[in-house]
Design a protein around this ligand. Structure first.
Ligand SMILES: Cc1cc2nc3c(=O)[nH]c(=O)nc-3n(C[C@H](O)[C@H](O)[C@H](O)COP(=O)(O)OP(=O)(O)OC[C@H]3O[C@@H](n4cnc5c(N)ncnc54)[C@H](O)[C@@H]3O)c2cc1C
Length: 283
């Protein structure tokens, strides 16, 4: 069976594309490797998406997921590993399946930059994480160190504090690089301490916790959350010299610094509209 479009990634960009194409009567499938809603699951409060005065990222993701279900859109929870051009269309491969489509929307977002620090690889997934949504249950007031000085690090700290964690934010340099609104909220929060000019050197485990060695002090915690930036998840494009006709790229995976829900949604819709023209021309 051949789909009109396969959408890889069910973040805001992929979801917006899927809804648009389904309403236009196209046969589509969404492939998502993790959570429907994508990076929104990491966003504490989204206050700049029109129509919502302030909504938790998870809640907004839930609304989007509900919309996919309302339109009966097929979602498969698999990881797309390869895209191949085939018979004037594409073959999309996952570990257990392959599917064929006339067009593809690549809406794979971004992946976190990893900390290049001794012990980081060994600690990852146990005491060291890169997305707040991946942290284990935070009941009983856990201690969490957030590394990073940007919007995501400060957003994570506020999120964790609301879940009754005690939070330390550490970063290199004297001043944070986040929105002043976020740093003011963090400064006003008694559960969050800010340690500027910190240089982590190594991680090790100790009595079921993690010890972060810095130049002049060791910090012990239940978890460390790295938030030092993200890079586009464009590995599925690596085999193409240039993006082939019929393959459309949408959302954070291509937006450089402009990574926002509204932009991703608009981008997904724009891709879907271009796909309809493309499909109609070859129907
Ligand atoms: C802490 C934080 C707070 C934020 N707060 C705001 C805010 O207040 N306002 C705002 O506008 N924006 C905010 N953002 C940004 C916003 O979340 C993103 O811009 C938006 O989610 C991007 O949507 P997307 O669909 O392009 O990508 P994503 O949401 O990243 O979705 C991509 C999806 O693709 C999936 N995927 C990737 N590769 C594959 C594969 N090979 N196979 C299958 N699936 C795959 C991923 O699992 C993911 O679900 C925030 C981000 C963070 C981290």
């Amino acid at each position: 069976m051949k789909y009109d479009t396969i959408i890889i990634g069910a973040g805001p960009a992929g979801i917006a594309a899927a809804i648009y194409l389904k309403r236009a009567g196209r046969k589509i499938c969404v492939i998502e490797r993790k959570r429907v809603g994508g990076l929104l699951h990491n966003a504490h409060h989204v206050e700049n998406y029109p129509g919502f005065h302030g909504v938790k990222g998870k809640e907004l993701a839930g609304h989007m997921k509900g919309q996919l279900h309302k339109w009966n859109i097929e979602i498969v929870h698999e990881t797309a590993t390869v895209i191949l051009e085939k018979d004037s269309g594409f073959r999309i491969v996952t570990p257990d399946n392959e599917r064929f489509a006339r067009t593809v929307v690549l809406a794979t977002g971004t992946i976190p930059k990893k900390l290049d620090i001794e012990g980081a690889v060994e600690m990852e997934g146990v005491h060291l994480f890169y997305e707040v949504a991946d942290l284990p249950e935070l009941a009983d007031g856990k201690d969490v160190v957030v590394i990073g000085s940007g919007d995501a690090a400060f957003d994570y700290a506020l999120n964790l504090s609301e879940q009754e964690a005690s939070v330390i934010i550490t970063f290199r340099g004297e001043n944070p690089r986040c929105l002043s609104l976020l740093s003011e909220r963090v400064k006003a929060d008694p559960s969050i301490q800010i340690y500027p000019d910190f240089h982590p050197v190594s991680f090790r485990s100790h009595n079921g916790r993690i010890v972060m060695k810095c130049h002049h002090i060791d910090i012990e915690a239940d978890y460390v959350l790295g938030a030092i930036g993200r890079v586009p998840e464009d590995r599925l494009l690596a085999d193409f010299k240039e993006v082939p006709a019929g393959l459309f790229v949408a959302g954070d995976v291509q937006q450089g610094k402009c990574r926002q829900v509204g932009i991703a949604v608009g981008d997904g819709i724009s891709s879907a509209m271009q796909i309809l023209d493309y499909l109609e021309a070859s129907d």
